[in-house]
Design a protein around this ligand. Structure first.
Ligand SMILES: [Zn+2]
Ligand SMILES: [Zn+2]
Length: 243
């Protein structure tokens, strides 16, 4: 009977919906279908399930062999529910039932969440712009700039007078009270990055290629700038200083 269906180039049966319904609603009604001519019927039933059920997203029914009472028979296995269905009626009521639908929805949601989490990790290296900082701030400039930015944990800022602009200090390089422009030049320049490579990683780079390679590797791992720069003027009591 399996020979009367058309097949694709890989030899897999391709049924029309009419044919699939005939298999499910007529051929499967016979007890013998499940217990004789197993390999041919397995193939036929699988093709019918593919057309009628497995095309619905989340559904996955496969036809399996099962040993029983010194012989072998066919069963349908529902993968989302991890449930075996040993003949037509239990299968039909299972496939149309609430529990099965709930299982499929839960599983599909879980897979989608996992997929989108995985994508967000894969698509964004850690040094991609975070775009979470106030526009025009030093943090924003460093977050979105092209040059490599490393070692931001050594930088802090403070206001030297109330209501004035921030001044920035780099503890790594002993640079104190630099303006926005000056610290930007410092943090995007080679001497700060080279010092960071040497102090933290004991790495000395000679050629520009080596420098770029080392900075890229560390920037992708640590990010350019991940937090707002620590504000020391907030830590010391301003009222004590200015009051
Ligand atoms: Zn199910
Ligand atoms: Zn520095």
């Amino acid at each position: 009977m399996a020979n009367s269906y058309s097949r694709d180039q890989n030899g897999v049966i391709r049924m029309t919906e009419e044919e699939a319904k005939e298999v499910q609603n007529v051929q499967c009604r016979s007890r013998d279908f499940w217990t004789y001519d197993l390999s041919a019927n397995k193939e036929v039933l699988q093709a019918a399930l593919d057309v009628l059920h497995n095309c619905t997203p989340g559904n996955k029914f496969t036809v399996e062999y099962k040993d029983c009472q010194n012989s072998c028979r066919l069963v349908i296995f529902c993968h989302p529910c991890n449930t075996e269905l040993s003949s037509l009626d239990p299968f039909i009521s299972h496939a149309a039932g609430k529990n099965h639908k709930k299982c499929v929805v839960q599983l599909t949601n879980k897979q989608q969440t996992e997929r989108s989490l995985k994508q967000s990790f894969e698509l964004k290296p850690f040094n991609a712009p975070k775009k979470i900082f106030e526009r025009g701030s030093l943090e924003d400039n460093l977050d979105t700039c092209r040059p490599r930015v490393l070692g931001m944990q050594f930088v802090y800022k403070e206001k030297l007078e109330e209501g004035g602009s921030y001044y920035y200090s780099c503890q790594l390089c002993d640079l104190r009270h630099a303006s926005h422009e000056k610290i930007y030049q410092h943090l995007t320049g080679k001497s700060h990055n080279k010092k960071y490579l040497a102090v933290k990683f004991k790495r000395r780079v000679e050629s520009p290629d080596e420098y770029e390679k080392a900075c890229k590797e560390i920037e992708e791992r640590e990010g350019k700038i991940n937090h707002t720069i620590i504000d020391f003027s907030k830590r010391m009591s301003l009222s004590g200083v200015y009051g």
